[in-house]
Design a protein around this ligand. Structure first.
Ligand code: 13P
Length: 340
């Protein structure tokens, strides 16, 4: 039986003031692409060394409440033989794990994706717990395009998210429910709003139907934002307002926190948008925080470049980015801080 109090405590710890989550759970395919773009060869050892660089950055526990790991990393050790989850715990950071098995093409629906990984999930979870994980993540992908998304795509993904969350709570692991409406395309911010609202309503409908306890989960949504290739790009304040207004209409107040994905925004945009939301609104029912992958790792990965000699400089860049996003948690970030 689920321990609601424990789930809620962990969920609240993950959205503690001034702290957010690092998503370092790139699958083999994704980390391969990111590494290739900056000239790093992807191997078990390079992935291990890269993640050791991130996790051993001095003082990150001040800005990070949790790190989402890929299953491979959960079982790896640092060069001095310490298990990765232990390294995080000693830094005051909660280890989590991505438990979905990535997307496949949604059958009979051109251009849409379905996230798999439910088979055997209930058997995998106790082992992840034993290895030190206290929370999990599942990402669903919704694409905007000609005639898409379809209702069947949103329904299928929302149902899978709800089942995933129910399995996790049943094993006392806090689920991070991530229905990502992609930034790819030339759609307007209004279209992003419409699709995000539809997706979130459907997701919470299914979560409720499956008995998921809202106080013991976190939501990881996209921001409501112009498509990457849209001719007109909404400004920072417009994105912040559209996002919060959309969330106010869809997300129950019992959910302790909303931890955004960066989704292809630049590092500075992702920080500025979160900062604007937290400075424009007071007294929101949930914490507004971050769970960024690309917007926290872009620079450090490029600086590291697979070379042990660059660890110090890469860690400095990572520390800085985490600190900027920590400031955005309270709306106290400004662009002048980037130079400091
Ligand atoms: P981005 O911040 O790069 O969008 O990644 C977040 C994430 O974990 C996607 O699943």
């Amino acid at each position: 039986m689920m321990d609601v109090q424990k789930l809620e405590e962990t969920a609240r710890e993950l959205v503690a003031p001034g702290k957010g989550i690092l998503a370092a759970d790139e699958s083999f395919g994704t980390i391969g692409k990111r590494f290739e773009a900056v000239g790093i060869e992807s191997s078990e050892e390079s992935r291990r060394a890269y993640r050791e660089m991130l996790f051993t950055t001095e003082g990150i526990g001040e800005f990070l409440s949790g790190v989402i790991l890929f299953e491979e990393t959960l079982r790896q050790e640092t060069s001095d033989g310490t298990p990765m989850p232990e390294v995080l715990k000693s830094a005051g950071v909660i280890p989590g794990i991505k438990v979905d098995k990535s997307t496949v093409d949604l059958p009979l629906s051109e251009g849409e994706k379905f996230t798999q990984g439910l088979d055997g999930l209930g058997e995998r979870l106790p082992e992840y717990r034993d290895l030190g994980a206290r929370f999990t993540k599942w990402r669903a992908v919704i694409t905007i395009g000609d005639g898409i998304p379809t209702k069947k795509c949103i329904d299928a993904n929302a149902r899978a998210l709800a089942l995933y969350a129910a399995f996790c709570q049943d094993h006392d692991l806090v689920p991070i429910v991530e229905p990502e409406v992609l930034i790819d395309g030339d759609h307007s911010i209004e279209r992003s709003y419409e699709v995000t609202e539809w997706t979130l309503h459907t997701t919470f409908d299914h979560l409720h139907e499956h008995g998921v306890e809202f106080s013991g989960m976190l939501l990881k949504p996209n921001m409501v934002i112009s498509g990457k290739d849209a001719p007109e790009q909404a400004g920072v304040e417009e994105v912040a307002r559209a996002t919060v207004e959309c969330l106010l209409r869809c997300v129950p107040a019992a959910v302790p926190g909303i931890v955004f994905l960066s989704g292809g925004q630049t590092d500075l945009q992702a920080t500025a948008h979160l900062n604007a939301m937290n400075s424009l609104y007071e007294g929101l029912p949930w914490e507004l925080s971050f769970s960024y992958a690309r917007a926290l790792q872009g620079q450090p990965m490029e600086i590291w470049g697979g070379d042990a000699g660059n660890v110090g400089a890469a860690q400095k860049a990572f520390h800085h980015r985490a600190k900027m996003n920590s400031a955005a948690r309270s709306g106290s970030y400004s662009e002048d801080m980037e130079a400091a």
